[in-house]
Design a protein around this ligand. Sequence first.
Ligand code: ZN
Length: 341
Amino acid sequence: MKALYYNELKGCTGIKIGERPMPEINENEVLVRIKAFSLNHLDIWVMNGTYPAHIPLPHIFGSDASGIVEKVGKLIQHINLGDEVIIFPGVSCGHCMQCVKGHDNECNSFSLLGVLCDGVSAEYAKVPATSLFKKPEGLSFEEAAGIGITYSTAWHSLVARAGIRPGETVLIQAAGSGVGTALIQVAKLYSAVIITTVGDEWKTAQAKAIGADFVIHHSKENLVEAVKRITKGELADIVVDHVGATTFNRSLSSLRRGGRAITFGATTGDEVSVSLRYLFGKNIAIHGVYMGPKSTFHEYLSLFPHKLKTVVDSVFEFEDGQKAYEKLLSRQFFGKIIVKV
Ligand SMILES: [Zn+2]
C-alpha cells in the first residue's frame, strides 16, 4: 500500500512516500481504507525524536483519520464492510480499572495511533474494532478527520476537568490552533464569555466568527491587563494554556480566586517556575490533560455538524504530506490541516 512514513527521527524533512506492507488484522481488529487524516503537533514531537518513548522504525505516523471499513475481523459484529467511520485515536488495554471506569486515557498503557504503533498516514490502517465510530451524516471525510484529538481534548478539558458552568469566563490561548478552534466552540455551547489570543492580526476575525467574544493580540497587549480590562477586574474562571513555557505564568495570573487552569501540549516548552504560595493563596487548581477518554466521542459526535464544526484551514494532497507539516510549523494557519489519502 501507499504510505507516508519515515526511517529516521529527523523531523518532517524525513517524510518519504512509498510502499509499505498491507497491515494484517487480528480477529478483533478492522482494516480501514483511510480517506483523510489530520495533523497534530504530537506528530512533530514523534518525528523529531522528542517524544519520550521508543518509536519503532520505519514508522507510519498520524493519529486522527476517517475512512471506509475494508475488512472486519471474525469476532466483530458492530461494524460492517463499507461503513464510513472516524477512528478514535487512543489505544488502551481495555481491562484495567481505569479502562473499565471509562477513564481509558488514564490507563497505564494508554497511547495514540501513530506513536508506539503505525498510524494513519497511509492508504490502510488496522485499528481495534472498539476504536471505530460511525461518521456523522453531513460531515465530509476531511472534516471528520479533524475532530479526534482536538475535540476530545477540548471537551474533556472544559467539561470534565474544569467543570465549566454556563456563563463563566474562559481564557483560551492560541485561537488559531486546531484545539483552540475546538475549545472556543465547546465553551460557546456553555454560553461562556470567551477571551482568546492570537499572534497574527488576520486571525482575529476568524476567532470571532467561531464564537470568541474578545481577541487579544499577544505581542501587542499585556495579557493580564487585557483580561482585567475585559472582565472589569473579575478575571477569568478558567484558562486553557497549551502554549506552555512562554505563556503559562501569565495564564495563571489571569485567573480569579478559585480559578481552574488546564495544561496540555506545551508547544513552546514544558518547564516553568510557579509560585506555590500564589496557587494556594488564590485557591487555584491546575489540571493536566492528555487527550480525553473514548466516551468523549459518544458525547460530542452527534453535535456535528450543526452545533460544532471542524475548522479546516487547508486540505493537502497525499503527495504533499511534507508541505502540510511545514505549514503546521509555520504557525500561519487557522484550524486543522488535513491530508487527503
Ligand atoms: Zn487499561
